[in-house]
Design a protein around this ligand. Structure first.
Ligand code: HEM
Length: 411
């Protein structure tokens, strides 16, 4: 039995016959498209918070010029955020086998000596470290966030946001350098002998390169099929075996659809939501009005069919909400014409997003409601009884539950 080099710095140490430019190029081109979509849908996710409207919406206030692209988030189509965040999370999870196979296919290069043959080579190696480190960091923080056991030190938002920029910058540099060769390699199936990815003394093949790609593709397909159901909702939800909001809906009936925070978790006591205790405080140009639920029910009520789309990528099918239009509440305090922005406060005393800001276009949209009913029944405590915000195309966290105060006015 021939001795094989023991150190990974020696080319002979890497014996898999699968490695080679073709295998790596195919994976690279898949990631080129996938990671670009991931980055763009991630940026969109941040924009959907309208972070430049108010500090309470901004999870990464120190972003500086990295917020150059922000814009007023629209209110339509109503499925917009459901789609972009569903794609972000589902694609992220689906790409994991491709990312790991790509890293495996190039791992010998990380050990080649000397570490830098020239300044250009040194810069390329540093960008590779940012690429590999950034990629692993983004995927890890993302998965931990959606799997609800986020154990990373520091807040997810700035880490994932800044990590995305570092990773994508290294990714663009890498793509500019490598894509032309990758396309040539895949198209023309160029000769591989002599390439430093190809094992000089390969071990016996266990599977072909094409077979290995099928395996990676199969792994991605499996992750896709056991994740996408949480975004599609309805009967597909049961297929989302790996997703925290997959499987059966929590309970039946009109209020039997997905939630994140229960009333108990948010510390909402039944005593403070009762007919006697609860009053909605609405403040604006002409002063303050305090309304009971009974008084709200005597105002003109409207219905909207809108989904809940969570930042974690899961969403519900459209639910039938009924309540008072936000713009009508603005009119009660002096905004008859174009309504302004509104600052929304919940009875919830702890936790992020117990306060949120909505932009005037969101307030003006006739489908934006202070909902009192859903699917024909009063809201359940877990869905925000006595009243909650529901706005088309907005991330779930901005649809405040257990609303206590609305302050209309330009923010
Ligand atoms: C498995 C992979 C990934 C998962 C599961 C994931 C998950 C998430 C989630 C849940 C959010 C929303 C956070 C929130 O608003 O609460 C998010 C935001 C974001 N993601 Fe990812 N992500 C992944 C990979 C990536 C990658 C590779 C990039 C960059 C190329 C990226 C870029 C972003 C950006 C820029 C945001 C906005 C951050 C913010 O709102 O502060 N993500 N991601």
């Amino acid at each position: 039995m021939r001795d094989h080099p023991r150190l990974p710095t020696s080319p002979g140490f890497w014996r898999s016959p699968l490695r080679g430019p073709w295998f790596t190029s195919v994976l690279g081109l898949v990631l080129l498209a996938g990671i670009t979509v991931l980055f763009l849908t991630g940026l969109v996710s941040y924009a959907a918070y309208n972070p430049d409207l108010s500090r309470v919406n901004d999870t990464t206030p120190d972003k500086g010029i990295l917020g150059f692209y922000l814009f007023a988030w629209p209110t339509g189509p109503v499925w917009l955020y459901r789609f972009t965040q569903g794609v972000h999370v589902t694609l992220g999870i689906t790409l994991i086998p491709v990312l790991l196979a790509k890293l495996w296919s190039v791992v010998p290069r990380l050990f080649t000596l000397p570490p830098a043959r020239s300044l250009a080579h040194a810069l390329e190696r540093i960008s590779l470290l940012l690429l590999v480190g950034g990629g692993l960091f983004e995927f890890t923080t993302g998965v931990l966030n959606v799997q609800l056991d986020y154990v990373f030190p520091g807040s997810f938002y700035p880490l994932h946001f800044y990590g995305a920029w570092v990773f994508f910058a290294a990714f663009v540099a890498h793509a500019v350098l490598k894509t032309p060769a990758a396309v040539r390699t895949v198209r023309r199936r160029l000769r591989e002998e002599g390439d430093d990815l190809v094992a000089p003394d390969p071990g016996p093949p266990t599977v072909s390169r094409r077979g290995a790609l099928w395996l990676v593709g199969g792994g991605s397909l499996l992750l896709f099929l056991t994740t996408v159901g949480q975004s599609l909702g309805g009967p597909f939800r049961r297929t989302a075996l790996l997703a925290p909001h997959g499987g059966k809906d929590p309970g039946g009936g009109p209020n039997g659809f997905q939630i994140n925070k229960t009333a108990a978790y948010a510390g909402i006591a039944a005593a403070e939501t009762g007919e006697e205790a609860w009053r909605l405080v609405v403040t604006g140009r002409t002063g303050t009005v305090r309304l009971s639920r009974a008084q709200l029910l005597r105002l003109p009520l409207y219905s909207s069919s809108l989904p809940i789309a969570c930042v974690e990528g899961w969403s519900t099918a459209d639910q039938w909400w009924r309540g008072v239009r936000l713009r009508d509440l603005a009119a009660l305090v002096g905004y008859d014409g174009d309504p302004p922005d509104v600052f929304v406060e919940s009875l919830q005393r702890h936790g992020a997003f117990r306060r949120a800001a909505l932009r005037s276009n969101q307030v003006a949209d006739p489908r934006s409601l202070l909902a009192l009913y859903v699917n024909g029944e009063p809201l359940s405590p877990d869905h925000g009884y006595p009243a909650r915000i529901i706005v088309p195309a907005a991330p779930g966290v901005l649809n405040t539950k257990w609303v206590a105060r609305l302050t209309f006015g330009d923010l």
